[in-house]
Design a binder for this molecule. Structure first.
Ligand SMILES: [Zn+2]
Length: 203
């Protein structure tokens, strides 16, 4: 049986009728719930959809939620509950790993609104790639590792800020036709992916 779902994000427990936003379990009577198709990794964490949510907040929420749905707690219950709690723990883990990774988080947001980019959408322009090559070469020539780290870090932060702004704009009206914002988002995400790789390598 699927639970009644309310547009305010609350749903009522079919057993005790308590309303909460927890998509996995009723915190009052501990009945496991059935997540609905419109649920996503943000609703799993009961947070608003946002690019790059606070990582400490995600870790804390993850611990809290896992404490409620941990498979060990359902060992004495029927098979439905046992397998549901296993599934939910896996979903929760996947949700955390997705939202903590900025690139995956960005793609997840676009996916929620059925705006996921293609591989071609994310392909950085030749101009950008050339700029990056020149940038890398200059830094390598100077063989200044610390300088390289600082520059990459700086570039990474700039791109991150730009993406936050663009996602903010997109999320103001995600279902409308925002072709300009979307194409800027795709292009920035493609560049961000490239710079993220350099950033990881430099650490
Ligand atoms: Zn309940």
């Amino acid at each position: 049986m699927v639970e009644s779902h309310h547009s305010d994000g609350l749903f009522a427990c079919r057993q005790c009728h308590t309303k909460t936003t927890n998509i996995f379990i009723c915190e009052d009577c501990r009945l496991l719930r059935i997540p609905l198709p419109e649920h996503n990794y943000f609703s799993a964490f009961q947070i608003v959809i946002k690019f790059s949510p606070d990582k400490k907040l995600l870790e804390d929420k993850y611990e809290d939620l896992l404490e409620l749905i941990h498979p060990d707690l359902f060992i004495s219950q029927d098979e439905t509950h046992q397998s549901a709690s296993l599934n939910y723990s896996a979903i929760l883990q996947e949700a955390k790993e997705t939202l903590i990774n900025d690139m995956r988080c960005g793609l997840h947001i676009l996916e929620i609104y059925k705006k996921r980019p293609t591989k071609e959408n994310l392909q950085p322009s030749v101009k950008f790639l050339t700029e990056m090559l020149v940038f890398q070469e200059e830094l390598l020539e100077n063989s200044d590792q610390d300088g390289f780290k600082i520059e990459i870090n700086d570039l990474y932060n700039k791109k991150h800020t730009k993406l936050s702004t663009l996602f903010g704009k997109f999320l103001e009206n995600p279902n409308s036709n925002q072709e300009e914002v979307l194409s800027a988002l795709y292009s920035e995400l493609g560049q961000f992916k490239f710079i993220s790789n350099l950033y990881q390598q430099s650490r």
